[in-house]
Design a protein around this ligand. Sequence first.
Ligand code: 8YV
Length: 328
Amino acid sequence: MTQRKPAILVARAIFPNVLDRLRAHLNVSSNQDDVPWTPEALCAALQGKAGILTTGAERVDRALLAACPELRIAANMAVGYNNFDLEAMTERGVVATNTPDVLTETTADFGFALMMATARRMPESEHYLRAGHWKRWRYDMFAGAEVHGSTLGILGMGRIGQGIARRGALGFGMKVIYHNRSRLDAATEAACGATYVSKAELLQQADHLVLVLPYSAQNHHAIGAPELAQMKPTATLTNIARGGIVDDAALAVALRERRIAAAGLDVFEGEPQINPELLTVPNVVLTPHIASATLPTRQAMADLAADNLIAYLTMGRAITPLNSPVGA
Ligand code: 8YV
């Protein structure tokens, strides 16, 4: 007798080759048209499913868990998992997984690139050129901030933060300082050429501050008006972490009043909505949450999310679990 395949939902459009691989092991319902589902529609589509492949946009919270009692695993195609209520999932025996490691270097590349584009005013100058304003060279035209040899500050020193630190220290001769919940061991600090400082020292000393910390209620507005006021007026701020870590309204004011020189933002409070003030200040570089977006990396993320579903639902063991619920 053939066993029935466990049913899963893939909440967003995904690489067709990943769907094919999932279908070999599981009974797959997908959303290849990428229909934007309300939480109610997501809940309706998830009825009777044992697993779900989510992106950072779908919330797995108490209400969804209560309404979907057959759910056993949610596999996020993201390293961040603030869309999961991990405590509620653990209580309900639902395994949570994410996609660590496979996106580290790609995301660090982007963080460094966004910091450089911000410091050297690349998009701002490109818009000027495209608009036909460039008539002649001028000694101070789009003069930006120095990157090599300056001080790189990193808030949140996990794998991606360490990747950015290595790029700064080894590639650009930067002095690297960082602040993190816990200090790294001496060997890891040495490998990425980084020195631990207090948050206040980080804010005061960084020429380029890059945010790479996970979002949590405690980190909400970790960078707001009081923190921005401690930064150098010549400094740049880059956020590739999560919207909500920066108070975007306070940042827009600081940029307009030139209390800091510039910002590079890949993530936003309430994205894809953007604080309208940020759209009108010239000294900010805005990108639509693409730090992990190369095709090989997105494929690796999708593969790992799919492998977690297959491994857990067919063999009872997830590859990169975030929790270990009793009885799961
Ligand atoms: C994802 C991210 O692309 O991995 C993360 O935490 O922010 C991005 O790499 C995004 O969350 C969609 O899943």
